[in-house]
Ligand binder design. Structure first.
Ligand SMILES: C[S@@+](CC[C@H](N)C(=O)[O-])C[C@H]1O[C@@H](n2cnc3c(N)ncnc32)[C@H](O)[C@@H]1O
Ligand code: SF4
Ligand code: SF4
Length: 316
């Protein structure tokens, strides 16, 4: 196996990595998922069922406060986030302590049957929920109806499928819900670094760079900073938030080595050597409109945006 920390790309003095480069933090709120989709590593090998504790969340928050983090916080790393019953409290803490962050999650929607929990998550400060409908077209229709109903009592909530566009205002104030009609297996999906089969196998390692170790920090339920969302088995651990601060992790020799090799498009390192990220993937069927007014509404929103930008431009 290659040892990236001793590779040529890691020789010489490397300047400290600026913490301002970090734009995404992803957290694994639970060690498992309630489903085992054919295209996902979850459920394909045994894992101990455990949740990220509030103590770990606290350490992460302290670390991110120290660097005044204002980027995106994802709560769905390698798991089903709503399995963590403290999720609303976790969102509340992030919103209170890091008010400018954009907090989002992706979910299979099964633990939030009646969407009440989703409302609570938005009340706590969630900005975006992508709800994947892996079940059936009926599941998509039922959920669309539930969300339109929820929208009646939550005027701030922006149902993407109804508008097919993003809301105005700063993302840290958004309450967006997206419903993905992902109810069949006929996608061209990634292989999760070889953990699942994909139809069109590329020649590996890909001669490509990757921005993950430059922009992202992926923290598993134990508080370990792992390589990325491909690293389901925690094969590459850069550091540990329970013992180190964020700057220390970003400058850990192993993380520096991964960055140095990826800069020169060298993926000959554990996990990266098996990864197909960067290969084009077909994303279908996307976001079907929920009513006949969807498309006119989308162009109305765009026309209003254009109008205001022209008016503001003329006023300068
Ligand atoms: C691993 S899931 C975790 C969150 C949640 N359990 C869910 O499915 O939404 C995160 C995202 O990866 C997507 N995904 C799963 N398998 C994939 C694959 N083989 N290629 C690309 N994306 C995939 C899911 O649809 C989801 O949007
Ligand atoms: S894609 Fe999401 S819902 Fe499906 S098994 Fe993976 S983690 Fe679970
Ligand atoms: S190349 Fe793949 S495995 Fe390596 S950091 Fe990027 S996404 Fe992760």
């Amino acid at each position: 196996m290659n040892n990236p920390a001793s590779s040529p790309a890691n020789s010489g003095d490397t300047p400290r990595y600026p913490v301002t480069e970090l734009t995404h933090v992803e957290l694994q709120l639970a060690s498992w998922c309630n489903r085992s989709c054919s295209f996902c590593p979850s459920g394909k090998y045994p894992v101990a069922k455990a949740l990220m504790s509030l103590e770990t969340v606290e350490r992460i928050l302290v670390g991110l406060e120290k660097i005044a983090f204002t980027g995106t916080v994802g709560l769905h790393l390698m798991c089903e986030p709503f399995l963590n019953k403290q999720i609303v409290e976790i969102i509340r803490r992030f919103r209170t302590r890091l008010p400018q962050t954009f907090i989002r999650l992706e979910t299979n929607g099964e633990p939030i049957k009646n969407m009440k929990k989703l409302g609570e998550a938005f009340d706590a400060g969630l900005n975006e929920a992508l709800i994947n409908c892996y079940g059936s077209p009926e599941q998509f229709r039922n959920r669309a109806d539930q969300l339109l109903e929820l929208n009646k009592s939550r005027k701030n909530m922006w149902f993407f499928n109804q508008y097919q566009d993003w809301p105005p205002g700063p993302p840290s104030t958004w309450e967006v819900v997206r419903l993905r009609a992902f109810h069949s297996d006929d996608y061209d999906l990634s292989s999760w670094a070889g953990l699942v089969e994909r139809p069109n196998k590329p020649e590996l390692p890909l001669p490509l760079s990757c921005n993950r170790p430059f922009r992202n920090l992926h923290i598993n339920y134990l508080g370990q900073a792992v390589l990325c969302s491909m690293d389901w088995k925690y094969e590459v651990v850069f550091g540990d938030v329970m013992r180190q601060d964020v700057e220390g992790i970003l400058n850990a020799p192993l993380m520096v080595a991964y960055r140095n090799n990826l800069t020169v498009k060298n993926r000959c390192m554990p996990v990266c050597e098996r990864c197909d990220k960067g290969m084009p993937v077909a994303r279908k069927p996307g976001y079907p409109p929920v009513d006949p007014w969807t498309i006119p509404r989308k162009y109305w929103i765009r026309a209003k945006r254009l109008y205001w930008s022209v008016i503001n431009g003329l006023g300068k």
